[in-house]
Design a protein around this ligand. Sequence first.
Ligand code: NAD
Length: 504
Amino acid sequence: MTTANDLSQISEKARSFIHSQKGLFIDGQSRPASDGSTISVVDPSSGEEIARIADASAQDVDAAVGAARRALTDRAWVDMQPYRREALMLALAAAIEAEVESLAEIETLNSGKLIANTRLFDAELPVHSLRYVAGWASRLNGETMNLSVPYLPDLRFSGFTKRYPVGVVAAITPWNVPLCMAVWKLAPVLATGCTIVLKPAEQTSLTALRLAELCAEVGIPDGVINVITGRGASAGRMLVEHPGVDKINFTGSTEVGRGIAISAARSFKKYNLELGGKSPLIITETADLDQAIPGAAWAIYGNSGQNCCAGSRMLVHEKHYDAVLSGVREIAASLQLGPGLDPASQLAPLSSRMHRDRVALHVDAARAAGADVSGGEAVDGPGSYFTPAVIAGLDPDHPTAQEEIFGPVLCAFSFTSDEEAITLANQTRFGLGASVWTRDIDCADRYFDALQAGTVWINTHNILDLALPFGGDKESGVGLELGREGVLAHTKLRSGVKAHPKMR
Ligand code: NAD
Protein backbone atom coordinates (compact mmCIF):
# COMPACT_ATOMS: atom_id res chain seq x y z
CA MET A 1 0.00 0.00 0.00
CA THR A 2 1.44 3.38 -0.97
CA THR A 3 0.59 6.88 0.13
CA ALA A 4 -0.03 10.16 -1.66
CA ASN A 5 2.01 13.36 -1.62
CA ASP A 6 1.63 15.38 1.54
CA LEU A 7 0.77 18.87 0.29
CA SER A 8 1.69 20.45 3.60
CA GLN A 9 5.32 19.66 2.67
CA ILE A 10 5.53 22.11 -0.23
CA SER A 11 6.67 25.72 -0.06
CA GLU A 12 4.25 28.63 0.10
CA LYS A 13 5.51 29.73 -3.32
CA ALA A 14 4.66 26.40 -4.97
CA ARG A 15 1.32 26.24 -3.17
CA SER A 16 0.22 29.70 -4.25
CA PHE A 17 1.19 28.98 -7.87
CA ILE A 18 -0.72 25.69 -7.86
CA HIS A 19 -3.80 27.49 -6.51
CA SER A 20 -3.53 30.47 -8.87
CA GLN A 21 -5.74 30.88 -11.91
CA LYS A 22 -4.04 29.41 -14.99
CA GLY A 23 -4.64 30.78 -18.43
CA LEU A 24 -2.99 30.73 -21.82
CA PHE A 25 0.07 32.97 -22.02
CA ILE A 26 -0.30 35.00 -25.19
CA ASP A 27 1.45 38.26 -26.05
CA GLY A 28 2.69 38.73 -22.50
CA GLN A 29 -0.75 38.27 -20.92
CA SER A 30 -2.51 35.39 -19.24
CA ARG A 31 -6.05 34.81 -20.51
CA PRO A 32 -8.62 32.02 -20.30
CA ALA A 33 -9.46 29.90 -23.32
CA SER A 34 -11.79 31.82 -25.62
CA ASP A 35 -14.57 29.29 -25.02
CA GLY A 36 -13.78 28.94 -21.33
CA SER A 37 -12.79 25.24 -21.60
CA THR A 38 -10.43 23.76 -19.05
CA ILE A 39 -8.59 20.49 -18.45
CA SER A 40 -8.11 18.81 -15.08
CA VAL A 41 -4.55 18.45 -13.73
CA VAL A 42 -4.06 15.44 -11.47
CA ASP A 43 -1.45 14.43 -8.89
CA PRO A 44 -0.41 10.90 -9.99
CA SER A 45 0.31 9.88 -6.38
CA SER A 46 -3.33 10.38 -5.36
CA GLY A 47 -5.30 10.60 -8.59
CA GLU A 48 -6.80 13.84 -7.26
CA GLU A 49 -7.21 17.10 -9.14
CA ILE A 50 -4.73 19.77 -8.08
CA ALA A 51 -5.47 22.46 -10.67
CA ARG A 52 -7.20 23.21 -13.96
CA ILE A 53 -5.56 24.56 -17.10
CA ALA A 54 -7.09 26.25 -20.13
CA ASP A 55 -7.92 24.12 -23.17
CA ALA A 56 -6.95 26.30 -26.13
CA SER A 57 -9.41 26.68 -29.01
CA ALA A 58 -8.63 27.34 -32.68
CA GLN A 59 -9.09 31.06 -31.96
CA ASP A 60 -6.53 30.88 -29.13
CA VAL A 61 -3.99 29.03 -31.27
CA ASP A 62 -4.46 31.66 -33.93
CA ALA A 63 -3.96 34.46 -31.39
CA ALA A 64 -0.76 32.85 -30.07
CA VAL A 65 0.73 32.33 -33.53
CA GLY A 66 -0.32 35.87 -34.46
CA ALA A 67 1.47 37.28 -31.40
CA ALA A 68 4.61 35.29 -32.21
CA ARG A 69 4.48 36.48 -35.83
CA ARG A 70 4.08 40.14 -34.80
CA ALA A 71 7.00 39.88 -32.38
CA LEU A 72 9.06 38.60 -35.29
CA THR A 73 8.00 41.13 -37.90
CA ASP A 74 8.17 44.28 -35.79
CA ARG A 75 11.96 43.67 -35.87
CA ALA A 76 12.72 44.91 -32.31
CA TRP A 77 13.41 41.35 -31.14
CA VAL A 78 15.11 40.11 -34.28
CA ASP A 79 17.33 43.19 -34.46
CA MET A 80 18.16 43.21 -30.75
CA GLN A 81 21.92 43.12 -30.33
CA PRO A 82 22.94 39.52 -29.69
CA TYR A 83 24.62 40.37 -26.37
CA ARG A 84 21.29 41.74 -25.12
CA ARG A 85 19.46 38.55 -26.03
CA GLU A 86 22.25 36.66 -24.29
CA ALA A 87 21.81 38.84 -21.20
CA LEU A 88 18.05 38.13 -21.16
CA MET A 89 18.73 34.40 -21.32
CA LEU A 90 21.20 34.66 -18.44
CA ALA A 91 18.62 36.63 -16.46
CA LEU A 92 16.05 33.92 -17.14
CA ALA A 93 18.55 31.27 -15.99
CA ALA A 94 19.05 33.22 -12.75
CA ALA A 95 15.28 33.57 -12.27
CA ILE A 96 14.81 29.81 -12.64
CA GLU A 97 17.75 29.16 -10.33
CA ALA A 98 16.14 31.33 -7.66
CA GLU A 99 13.01 29.12 -7.86
CA VAL A 100 14.58 25.68 -8.21
CA GLU A 101 12.88 24.34 -5.11
CA SER A 102 9.35 25.54 -5.84
CA LEU A 103 9.61 24.58 -9.53
CA ALA A 104 10.72 21.08 -8.51
CA GLU A 105 7.81 20.83 -6.08
CA ILE A 106 5.28 21.92 -8.70
CA GLU A 107 6.75 19.43 -11.18
CA THR A 108 6.68 16.60 -8.65
CA LEU A 109 3.05 17.25 -7.76
CA ASN A 110 2.08 17.48 -11.41
CA SER A 111 4.13 14.64 -12.93
CA GLY A 112 4.42 12.37 -9.91
CA LYS A 113 8.21 12.19 -10.29
CA LEU A 114 10.68 12.00 -7.41
CA ILE A 115 11.63 15.40 -6.00
CA ALA A 116 15.34 14.61 -6.38
CA ASN A 117 14.68 13.95 -10.06
CA THR A 118 12.61 17.08 -10.72
CA ARG A 119 15.12 19.21 -8.79
CA LEU A 120 18.02 17.95 -10.89
CA PHE A 121 16.48 17.45 -14.32
CA ASP A 122 13.47 19.77 -14.44
CA ALA A 123 14.75 22.71 -12.42
CA GLU A 124 18.57 22.76 -12.37
CA LEU A 125 19.30 21.38 -15.84
CA PRO A 126 17.27 24.16 -17.53
CA VAL A 127 19.49 26.70 -15.74
CA HIS A 128 22.61 25.11 -17.25
CA SER A 129 20.85 24.75 -20.60
CA LEU A 130 20.04 28.44 -20.80
CA ARG A 131 23.57 29.40 -19.76
CA TYR A 132 25.11 27.12 -22.39
CA VAL A 133 22.85 28.23 -25.21
CA ALA A 134 23.00 31.94 -24.25
CA GLY A 135 26.57 32.10 -25.54
CA TRP A 136 25.38 31.07 -29.00
CA ALA A 137 23.44 34.32 -29.42
CA SER A 138 26.67 36.13 -30.28
CA ARG A 139 28.29 33.23 -32.15
CA LEU A 140 25.90 32.75 -35.05
CA ASN A 141 28.45 33.35 -37.74
CA GLY A 142 28.35 32.84 -41.45
CA GLU A 143 31.41 32.04 -43.55
CA THR A 144 33.21 33.46 -46.51
CA MET A 145 34.38 31.38 -49.46
CA ASN A 146 36.74 31.85 -52.36
CA LEU A 147 34.66 31.20 -55.47
CA SER A 148 36.05 29.97 -58.78
CA VAL A 149 33.11 30.50 -61.20
CA PRO A 150 35.16 29.04 -64.09
CA TYR A 151 32.61 30.04 -66.75
CA LEU A 152 33.07 33.81 -66.09
CA PRO A 153 36.83 34.26 -66.19
CA ASP A 154 36.69 38.05 -66.51
CA LEU A 155 35.04 38.64 -63.18
CA ARG A 156 36.07 38.06 -59.57
CA PHE A 157 33.54 36.72 -57.08
CA SER A 158 33.38 36.34 -53.36
CA GLY A 159 30.92 34.02 -51.65
CA PHE A 160 29.54 34.28 -48.15
CA THR A 161 26.78 32.92 -45.93
CA LYS A 162 24.61 34.63 -43.33
CA ARG A 163 22.28 33.15 -40.75
CA TYR A 164 18.74 34.39 -40.02
CA PRO A 165 16.16 33.25 -37.47
CA VAL A 166 14.02 30.47 -38.92
CA GLY A 167 10.88 32.34 -37.75
CA VAL A 168 7.91 31.31 -35.62
CA VAL A 169 8.62 27.99 -33.90
CA ALA A 170 5.82 25.69 -32.75
CA ALA A 171 7.28 23.62 -29.92
CA ILE A 172 5.41 20.61 -28.57
CA THR A 173 6.66 18.70 -25.55
CA PRO A 174 5.86 15.43 -23.72
CA TRP A 175 5.12 14.86 -20.04
CA ASN A 176 8.20 13.00 -18.89
CA VAL A 177 10.68 15.87 -18.29
CA PRO A 178 8.32 18.81 -18.66
CA LEU A 179 10.25 21.93 -17.67
CA CYS A 180 13.55 20.73 -19.06
CA MET A 181 11.96 19.96 -22.44
CA ALA A 182 10.26 23.36 -22.47
CA VAL A 183 13.58 25.12 -21.86
CA TRP A 184 15.38 22.96 -24.42
CA LYS A 185 12.85 24.20 -26.95
CA LEU A 186 12.92 27.81 -25.75
CA ALA A 187 16.68 28.35 -25.42
CA PRO A 188 17.68 28.09 -29.12
CA VAL A 189 14.64 30.21 -30.03
CA LEU A 190 15.88 33.03 -27.79
CA ALA A 191 19.50 32.71 -28.92
CA THR A 192 18.66 32.90 -32.60
CA GLY A 193 16.00 35.64 -32.46
CA CYS A 194 13.07 33.38 -33.32
CA THR A 195 9.72 33.49 -31.51
CA ILE A 196 7.82 30.56 -30.07
CA VAL A 197 4.41 29.09 -29.35
CA LEU A 198 4.98 26.31 -26.85
CA LYS A 199 2.38 23.63 -26.23
CA PRO A 200 3.35 21.48 -23.26
CA ALA A 201 1.76 18.09 -22.65
CA GLU A 202 -1.75 18.51 -21.26
CA GLN A 203 -0.86 16.28 -18.29
CA THR A 204 2.08 18.44 -17.18
CA SER A 205 1.68 22.05 -18.25
CA LEU A 206 2.13 23.84 -14.94
CA THR A 207 5.86 24.60 -14.99
CA ALA A 208 5.70 25.83 -18.60
CA LEU A 209 3.16 28.43 -17.44
CA ARG A 210 5.46 29.52 -14.62
CA LEU A 211 8.32 29.65 -17.15
CA ALA A 212 6.30 32.06 -19.29
CA GLU A 213 5.72 34.30 -16.26
CA LEU A 214 9.45 34.29 -15.52
CA CYS A 215 10.19 35.24 -19.13
CA ALA A 216 7.94 38.28 -18.74
CA GLU A 217 9.48 39.14 -15.35
CA VAL A 218 13.02 39.25 -16.77
CA GLY A 219 11.93 41.44 -19.69
CA ILE A 220 11.66 39.12 -22.67
CA PRO A 221 9.42 41.17 -24.98
CA ASP A 222 5.71 40.36 -25.29
CA GLY A 223 4.90 37.90 -28.03
CA VAL A 224 8.35 36.31 -28.15
CA ILE A 225 7.20 33.45 -25.93
CA ASN A 226 3.61 32.23 -25.93
CA VAL A 227 2.38 29.15 -24.09
CA ILE A 228 -0.88 27.51 -25.06
CA THR A 229 -2.17 24.63 -23.00
CA GLY A 230 -4.53 22.10 -24.48
CA ARG A 231 -4.98 18.65 -25.86
CA GLY A 232 -2.66 17.20 -28.47
CA ALA A 233 -5.35 16.13 -30.91
CA SER A 234 -6.90 19.62 -30.91
CA ALA A 235 -4.55 22.44 -29.81
CA GLY A 236 -1.40 20.51 -30.81
CA ARG A 237 -2.72 19.56 -34.23
CA MET A 238 -4.05 23.09 -34.92
CA LEU A 239 -0.69 24.56 -33.98
CA VAL A 240 1.20 22.18 -36.27
CA GLU A 241 -1.15 22.96 -39.14
CA HIS A 242 -1.22 26.73 -38.62
CA PRO A 243 0.11 28.56 -41.70
CA GLY A 244 1.83 31.17 -39.51
CA VAL A 245 4.28 28.58 -38.15
CA ASP A 246 7.68 28.27 -39.84
CA LYS A 247 9.24 25.40 -37.91
CA ILE A 248 7.96 22.60 -35.69
CA ASN A 249 10.15 21.30 -32.89
CA PHE A 250 8.40 18.22 -31.53
CA THR A 251 9.29 15.76 -28.81
CA GLY A 252 6.90 12.90 -28.25
CA SER A 253 5.82 9.56 -29.58
CA THR A 254 6.77 8.15 -32.97
CA GLU A 255 3.12 7.80 -33.97
CA VAL A 256 2.29 11.47 -33.35
CA GLY A 257 5.64 12.48 -34.90
CA ARG A 258 4.77 10.62 -38.09
CA GLY A 259 1.51 12.57 -38.39
CA ILE A 260 3.38 15.84 -37.83
CA ALA A 261 5.91 15.02 -40.56
CA ILE A 262 3.07 14.32 -43.00
CA SER A 263 1.30 17.55 -42.05
CA ALA A 264 4.50 19.61 -42.23
CA ALA A 265 5.35 18.20 -45.64
CA ARG A 266 2.13 19.64 -47.08
CA SER A 267 3.21 23.19 -46.31
CA PHE A 268 7.00 22.63 -46.45
CA LYS A 269 7.44 23.68 -42.83
CA LYS A 270 10.82 22.90 -41.34
CA TYR A 271 10.70 20.38 -38.53
CA ASN A 272 12.67 18.26 -36.17
CA LEU A 273 11.21 15.29 -34.38
CA GLU A 274 12.60 13.75 -31.21
CA LEU A 275 10.66 10.51 -30.87
CA GLY A 276 10.39 7.19 -29.09
CA GLY A 277 12.88 4.44 -28.46
CA LYS A 278 13.44 0.86 -27.35
CA SER A 279 17.07 1.23 -26.48
CA PRO A 280 19.38 -1.77 -26.05
CA LEU A 281 21.84 -2.01 -23.20
CA ILE A 282 24.52 -4.59 -23.98
CA ILE A 283 26.56 -6.25 -21.24
CA THR A 284 29.43 -7.93 -23.03
CA GLU A 285 31.70 -10.76 -21.92
CA THR A 286 34.29 -8.15 -20.88
CA ALA A 287 31.95 -5.96 -18.81
CA ASP A 288 32.65 -4.96 -15.24
CA LEU A 289 29.54 -6.41 -13.59
CA ASP A 290 29.85 -4.27 -10.46
CA GLN A 291 29.33 -1.30 -12.72
CA ALA A 292 26.99 -2.85 -15.28
CA ILE A 293 24.34 -4.35 -12.97
CA PRO A 294 23.44 -1.14 -11.10
CA GLY A 295 23.92 0.73 -14.39
CA ALA A 296 21.35 -1.47 -16.12
CA ALA A 297 18.88 -1.07 -13.25
CA TRP A 298 19.27 2.70 -13.28
CA ALA A 299 18.96 2.82 -17.08
CA ILE A 300 15.47 1.31 -16.95
CA TYR A 301 14.11 2.33 -13.55
CA GLY A 302 15.34 5.95 -13.53
CA ASN A 303 12.26 8.21 -13.84
CA SER A 304 10.20 4.98 -13.54
CA GLY A 305 11.26 4.02 -17.06
CA GLN A 306 9.55 7.11 -18.48
CA ASN A 307 12.64 8.12 -20.43
CA CYS A 308 12.86 8.10 -24.19
CA CYS A 309 16.29 6.42 -23.99
CA ALA A 310 15.40 4.00 -21.16
CA GLY A 311 17.53 0.86 -21.47
CA SER A 312 14.47 -1.34 -21.93
CA ARG A 313 16.16 -4.23 -23.76
CA MET A 314 19.06 -5.70 -21.81
CA LEU A 315 21.30 -8.04 -23.81
CA VAL A 316 23.76 -10.00 -21.69
CA HIS A 317 26.58 -12.33 -22.68
CA GLU A 318 25.55 -15.89 -21.76
CA LYS A 319 28.49 -16.18 -19.35
CA HIS A 320 27.03 -13.38 -17.16
CA TYR A 321 23.32 -13.78 -17.90
CA ASP A 322 22.24 -15.50 -14.67
CA ALA A 323 24.31 -13.20 -12.44
CA VAL A 324 23.08 -10.04 -14.17
CA LEU A 325 19.45 -11.14 -14.24
CA SER A 326 19.40 -11.95 -10.55
CA GLY A 327 21.38 -8.78 -9.72
CA VAL A 328 18.91 -6.53 -11.56
CA ARG A 329 15.93 -8.41 -10.09
CA GLU A 330 17.34 -7.91 -6.61
CA ILE A 331 17.68 -4.14 -7.18
CA ALA A 332 14.18 -3.93 -8.70
CA ALA A 333 12.63 -5.73 -5.72
CA SER A 334 14.46 -3.45 -3.28
CA LEU A 335 13.22 -0.15 -4.76
CA GLN A 336 10.97 1.74 -2.37
CA LEU A 337 7.80 2.87 -4.14
CA GLY A 338 6.35 6.07 -2.78
CA PRO A 339 5.16 9.59 -3.48
CA GLY A 340 7.59 11.93 -5.20
CA LEU A 341 7.72 14.45 -2.36
CA ASP A 342 8.88 11.81 0.15
CA PRO A 343 12.70 11.82 0.06
CA ALA A 344 12.71 8.12 1.04
CA SER A 345 10.90 7.11 -2.17
CA GLN A 346 13.07 5.51 -4.86
CA LEU A 347 10.42 4.84 -7.47
CA ALA A 348 7.54 7.23 -8.08
CA PRO A 349 4.07 6.52 -9.46
CA LEU A 350 3.63 6.47 -13.22
CA SER A 351 2.30 9.63 -14.84
CA SER A 352 -1.36 8.57 -14.84
CA ARG A 353 -3.70 5.64 -14.28
CA MET A 354 -4.30 5.41 -18.00
CA HIS A 355 -0.59 5.15 -18.67
CA ARG A 356 -0.16 2.57 -15.90
CA ASP A 357 -2.91 0.44 -17.46
CA ARG A 358 -1.10 0.54 -20.80
CA VAL A 359 2.19 -0.48 -19.15
CA ALA A 360 0.42 -3.32 -17.31
CA LEU A 361 -1.06 -4.64 -20.58
CA HIS A 362 2.45 -5.06 -22.01
CA VAL A 363 3.58 -7.04 -18.96
CA ASP A 364 0.42 -9.16 -19.03
CA ALA A 365 1.06 -9.96 -22.69
CA ALA A 366 4.56 -11.18 -21.81
CA ARG A 367 3.13 -13.36 -19.02
CA ALA A 368 0.55 -14.76 -21.42
CA ALA A 369 3.36 -15.63 -23.84
CA GLY A 370 4.97 -17.76 -21.10
CA ALA A 371 7.81 -15.37 -20.16
CA ASP A 372 9.43 -15.45 -16.74
CA VAL A 373 8.20 -12.18 -15.16
CA SER A 374 9.12 -10.69 -11.80
CA GLY A 375 7.32 -7.56 -10.50
CA GLY A 376 5.15 -5.71 -12.97
CA GLU A 377 2.07 -5.36 -10.76
CA ALA A 378 -0.28 -2.41 -10.33
CA VAL A 379 -0.37 -1.50 -6.64
CA ASP A 380 -3.77 -1.39 -4.91
CA GLY A 381 -4.95 1.96 -3.61
CA PRO A 382 -4.93 5.51 -4.94
CA GLY A 383 -2.43 6.79 -7.47
CA SER A 384 -0.72 5.04 -10.36
CA TYR A 385 1.97 2.97 -8.65
CA PHE A 386 3.47 0.03 -10.52
CA THR A 387 6.18 -2.33 -9.33
CA PRO A 388 9.31 -2.58 -11.52
CA ALA A 389 9.27 -5.55 -13.86
CA VAL A 390 11.99 -7.82 -15.24
CA ILE A 391 10.93 -10.09 -18.10
CA ALA A 392 13.09 -13.00 -19.24
CA GLY A 393 12.57 -15.72 -21.82
CA LEU A 394 10.50 -13.65 -24.23
CA ASP A 395 10.80 -13.91 -28.01
CA PRO A 396 12.80 -10.79 -29.09
CA ASP A 397 10.13 -10.11 -31.71
CA HIS A 398 7.26 -10.15 -29.19
CA PRO A 399 5.50 -6.74 -29.09
CA THR A 400 6.47 -6.28 -25.43
CA ALA A 401 10.12 -6.56 -26.50
CA GLN A 402 9.63 -4.35 -29.55
CA GLU A 403 7.18 -1.59 -28.63
CA GLU A 404 8.06 1.36 -26.46
CA ILE A 405 6.41 0.83 -23.05
CA PHE A 406 7.68 3.98 -21.31
CA GLY A 407 7.51 2.35 -17.90
CA PRO A 408 9.70 0.36 -15.49
CA VAL A 409 9.72 -2.79 -17.63
CA LEU A 410 12.95 -4.50 -18.62
CA CYS A 411 13.19 -7.33 -21.18
CA ALA A 412 16.34 -9.44 -20.77
CA PHE A 413 18.01 -11.60 -23.44
CA SER A 414 21.25 -13.54 -23.62
CA PHE A 415 23.70 -13.74 -26.51
CA THR A 416 26.72 -15.86 -27.34
CA SER A 417 28.72 -13.59 -29.68
CA ASP A 418 29.14 -9.88 -30.36
CA GLU A 419 27.68 -10.40 -33.82
CA GLU A 420 24.53 -11.88 -32.32
CA ALA A 421 24.30 -9.02 -29.80
CA ILE A 422 24.58 -6.40 -32.54
CA THR A 423 21.91 -8.14 -34.63
CA LEU A 424 19.57 -8.31 -31.64
CA ALA A 425 20.30 -4.71 -30.66
CA ASN A 426 19.51 -3.40 -34.13
CA GLN A 427 16.42 -5.59 -34.53
CA THR A 428 13.99 -2.73 -33.86
CA ARG A 429 12.29 0.07 -35.77
CA PHE A 430 13.74 2.54 -33.26
CA GLY A 431 17.24 3.99 -33.12
CA LEU A 432 17.43 6.47 -30.27
CA GLY A 433 20.05 5.31 -27.77
CA ALA A 434 22.18 2.25 -27.04
CA SER A 435 24.85 1.40 -24.52
CA VAL A 436 27.66 -1.10 -24.43
CA TRP A 437 29.37 -2.21 -21.25
CA THR A 438 32.94 -3.50 -21.65
CA ARG A 439 36.48 -3.09 -20.37
CA ASP A 440 37.89 -3.75 -23.85
CA ILE A 441 38.37 -0.57 -25.88
CA ASP A 442 38.38 -2.38 -29.24
CA CYS A 443 35.11 -4.07 -28.35
CA ALA A 444 33.62 -0.66 -27.46
CA ASP A 445 34.72 0.76 -30.82
CA ARG A 446 33.25 -2.18 -32.75
CA TYR A 447 29.88 -1.77 -31.08
CA PHE A 448 29.96 2.00 -31.43
CA ASP A 449 30.32 1.69 -35.20
CA ALA A 450 27.77 -1.12 -35.59
CA LEU A 451 24.86 0.06 -33.41
CA GLN A 452 22.08 1.93 -35.17
CA ALA A 453 21.34 4.71 -32.69
CA GLY A 454 21.61 8.47 -32.44
CA THR A 455 23.63 8.19 -29.23
CA VAL A 456 25.82 5.28 -28.11
CA TRP A 457 27.08 5.27 -24.52
CA ILE A 458 30.04 3.27 -23.31
CA ASN A 459 29.89 2.04 -19.71
CA THR A 460 27.07 4.43 -18.95
CA HIS A 461 23.54 5.05 -20.21
CA ASN A 462 21.22 7.97 -20.81
CA ILE A 463 23.75 10.74 -20.25
CA LEU A 464 22.74 13.83 -22.21
CA ASP A 465 24.67 17.05 -22.25
CA LEU A 466 23.95 20.48 -23.63
CA ALA A 467 27.12 20.43 -25.69
CA LEU A 468 26.26 17.09 -27.32
CA PRO A 469 23.81 16.96 -30.24
CA PHE A 470 20.93 14.56 -29.57
CA GLY A 471 18.60 12.91 -32.04
CA GLY A 472 17.23 9.62 -33.26
CA ASP A 473 18.06 7.23 -36.08
CA LYS A 474 15.37 5.21 -37.92
CA GLU A 475 11.88 5.84 -36.46
CA SER A 476 13.29 7.65 -33.42
CA GLY A 477 13.46 11.01 -35.07
CA VAL A 478 14.48 13.52 -37.68
CA GLY A 479 17.01 16.28 -37.03
CA LEU A 480 18.90 17.16 -33.90
CA GLU A 481 18.39 18.96 -30.65
CA LEU A 482 21.03 20.36 -28.25
CA GLY A 483 24.63 21.23 -29.03
CA ARG A 484 25.69 23.49 -31.86
CA GLU A 485 23.48 21.60 -34.33
CA GLY A 486 20.36 22.14 -32.20
CA VAL A 487 20.96 25.90 -32.19
CA LEU A 488 21.80 26.15 -35.87
CA ALA A 489 18.62 24.21 -36.69
CA HIS A 490 16.76 27.38 -35.62
CA THR A 491 18.48 29.44 -38.30
CA LYS A 492 18.20 29.55 -42.04
CA LEU A 493 21.36 29.92 -43.99
CA ARG A 494 21.40 32.30 -46.90
CA SER A 495 24.22 32.14 -49.44
CA GLY A 496 25.47 35.32 -51.07
CA VAL A 497 27.68 36.12 -54.01
CA LYS A 498 29.33 39.46 -54.74
CA ALA A 499 30.79 40.19 -58.14
CA HIS A 500 33.81 42.49 -58.25
CA PRO A 501 35.51 43.92 -61.25
CA LYS A 502 38.87 42.30 -61.84
CA MET A 503 41.76 44.18 -60.20
CA ARG A 504 43.87 45.84 -62.83
P1 NAD B 1 2.69 12.09 -27.28
O1 NAD B 1 3.26 11.95 -28.65
O2 NAD B 1 1.39 11.46 -26.99
O3 NAD B 1 2.52 13.63 -26.91
C1 NAD B 1 3.59 14.53 -26.99
C2 NAD B 1 3.04 15.91 -27.19
O4 NAD B 1 2.38 15.95 -28.45
C3 NAD B 1 2.00 16.35 -26.16
O5 NAD B 1 2.16 17.73 -25.90
C4 NAD B 1 0.70 16.10 -26.86
O6 NAD B 1 -0.35 16.93 -26.40
C5 NAD B 1 1.07 16.46 -28.29
N1 NAD B 1 0.24 15.84 -29.33
C6 NAD B 1 -0.47 14.69 -29.26
N2 NAD B 1 -1.10 14.48 -30.42
C7 NAD B 1 -0.79 15.51 -31.23
C8 NAD B 1 -1.11 15.84 -32.58
N3 NAD B 1 -1.93 15.08 -33.32
N4 NAD B 1 -0.59 16.97 -33.12
C9 NAD B 1 0.24 17.75 -32.40
N5 NAD B 1 0.57 17.48 -31.11
C10 NAD B 1 0.08 16.37 -30.55
O7 NAD B 1 3.83 11.60 -26.28
P2 NAD B 1 3.79 11.55 -24.69
O8 NAD B 1 2.99 10.35 -24.30
O9 NAD B 1 3.43 12.88 -24.14
O10 NAD B 1 5.34 11.33 -24.37
C11 NAD B 1 5.94 10.11 -24.43
C12 NAD B 1 6.65 9.93 -25.76
O11 NAD B 1 7.60 10.96 -25.93
C13 NAD B 1 7.44 8.64 -25.79
O12 NAD B 1 7.27 8.05 -27.05
C14 NAD B 1 8.87 9.10 -25.63
O13 NAD B 1 9.84 8.25 -26.14
C15 NAD B 1 8.85 10.40 -26.34
N6 NAD B 1 9.98 11.22 -25.90
C16 NAD B 1 11.01 11.40 -26.77
C17 NAD B 1 12.12 12.14 -26.37
C18 NAD B 1 13.26 12.38 -27.31
O14 NAD B 1 14.00 13.34 -27.08
N7 NAD B 1 13.45 11.58 -28.34
C19 NAD B 1 12.17 12.69 -25.09
C20 NAD B 1 11.09 12.47 -24.23
C21 NAD B 1 9.99 11.74 -24.65
